[in-house]
Write a protein that binds this ligand. Structure first.
Ligand SMILES: Nc1ncnc2c1ncn2[C@@H]1O[C@H](COP(=O)(O)OP(=O)(O)OP(=O)(O)O)[C@@H](O)[C@H]1O
Ligand SMILES: CC(=O)N[C@H]1[C@@H]2OC[C@@H](O2)[C@@H](O)[C@@H]1O[C@H](C)C(=O)O
Length: 378
């Protein structure tokens, strides 16, 4: 057993809704003790800047390049993370000196696994200097350098959570964690095979883009709009017949891999309803590539707060003999799990332990990753 460390994880995900922060005490292995967590939302203007950043990132050919607004945006994003850490420490009466390390995801602005190119903006050295805490960042790149998809990285943490829950005899196996963020991903935890994980399809990103374009709101809170509409089978099929779902090869997704419908395709409510169905059906379709049929789905990420997605997922899963539980039903925190994972991965990186495995990203062999920025450097 390694030393137990206190780590803070910082996640700014593909939904671009804000920064999730979580404190974790962990040895980077079996011991995980969750501390407080919080979310710091971006205001609409900064979200628009991030969207501009995604546009500007399309011309990136090598990962150090920062065309257009990206250099400025990287600094602004990092300073927002500094503020989030400072607010989190203050609000929870945590001394900076008691935190050993920060795991910093940054913001994915480009992800092209077929070209071995993934770019997360975020200045680890600046974050370390300004917070006075050591930082591990850029945790996807080494995986890609070793033939992996660079995502998903959360499965190592899911495995630690499942080990603890299984020790309490709580879950019917095989268990699958489903993270419904901007994009959704699955982690399969079975008895006889190692971890199997991959991106499973669009999560909330299509719904978010649809309601933003047609109602001027960032997301469909509580599935209110979707619950007024009907599923349009032709539109749903257009998404679900995408070769992504039928291909034998699992690949990780960029936010732009699936485009939202055109205005003429649906009215506001039917569009939101159909996209909620697509989110759920995509998960079940992708689950058909798992080594065995799941019996329990544990759902985390913002999508679990959309009851329309959850109802569709439950009805599709039940038809395949599985039960769907929100993370909270088994004692996990579905909002902070990704941030907890980044704290966990930072400790693993510091200990030189693998972050990814052939079964999770397709990497050639288990590899560690991350860059290190010392609070005292410079
Ligand atoms: N109360 C709610 N009702 C409906 N949807 C919600 C609610 N709260 C959050 N969401 C959805 O969840 C999204 C945010 O989810 P989350 O924070 O898990 O994504 P992320 O971490 O940015 O994405 P990823 O996991 O792909 O990196 C929002 O954009 C919204 O679509
Ligand atoms: C490149 C990138 O940022 N991918 C994200 C995205 O959001 C969900 C899904 O696509 C997943 O692959 C990944 O994030 C999670 C947290 C992960 O790496 O585990």
């Amino acid at each position: 057993m390694g030393k137990i460390m206190t780590a803070i994880g910082l996640m700014s995900g593909t939904s671009m809704d804000g920064i999730d922060v979580a404190l974790l005490r962990t040895d980077g292995d079996a011991i995980v003790e969750q501390g407080p967590s919080a979310g710091y939302a971006y205001e609409a203007r900064f979200r628009d800047r991030l969207k501009q950043g995604l546009e500007d990132a399309k011309s990136i050919a090598s990962r150090e390049q920062r065309p257009g607004i990206l250099a400025d945006l990287e600094r602004e994003l990092t300073l927002r993370h500094v503020e989030a850490v400072q607010a989190f420490l203050r609000q929870n009466n945590i001394l900076r000196e008691s935190v050993d390390v920060i795991g910093f995801h940054g913001q994915t602005v480009l992800h092209r696994p077929d070209d071995a190119l993934t770019v997360q903006i975020g200045d680890g050295a600046l974050l370390a200097r300004e917070t006075g805490i050591d930082v591990v960042y850029d945790m996807r790149a080494n995986d890609m350098e070793h033939g992996g998809q660079g995502a998903p990285l959360i499965p190592a943490y899911h495995a630690a959570l499942a080990r603890n829950a299984a020790a309490n005899g709580e879950l019917v196996q095989p268990v699958v964690f489903v993270n419904i963020g901007g994009i959704s991903n699955l982690t399969f935890i079975g008895a006889d095979v190692g971890l199997v994980a991959y991106d499973s399809g669009p999560g909330n990103t299509l719904i978010d883009q649809w309601v933003e374009a047609h109602a001027g709101i960032p997301f469909d809170q509580g599935g209110m709009i979707a619950s007024e509409g009907s599923v349009l089978p032709d539109l749903a099929e257009r998404y679900l017949l995408n070769p992504f779902f039928s291909s034998d090869r699992r690949r990780s997704l960029d936010r732009n891999d699936f485009a939202p419908p055109k205005g003429k395709d649906a009215n506001l409510e039917d569009g939101a309803r159909t996209l909620a169905y697509v989110t759920a059906a995509a998960i079940i379709k992708s689950a058909s590539h798992l080594p065995a049929a799941p019996r329990t789905y544990i759902v985390c990420g913002g999508g679990r707060l959309n009851p329309v997605i959850m109802r569709d997922l439950a009805s599709e899963a039940t038809a395949h003999g599985a039960n769907v539980l929100a993370a909270e039903a088994v004692g996990f925190n579905g909002d902070s799990m990704e941030a907890e994972a980044w704290a966990y991965l930072a400790v693993r990186a510091q200990r030189g332990l693998p972050l990814t495995y052939p079964g999770t990203t397709g990497v050639r062999q288990p590899v560690t990753g991350g860059k290190f920025a010392s609070r005292t450097a410079g």
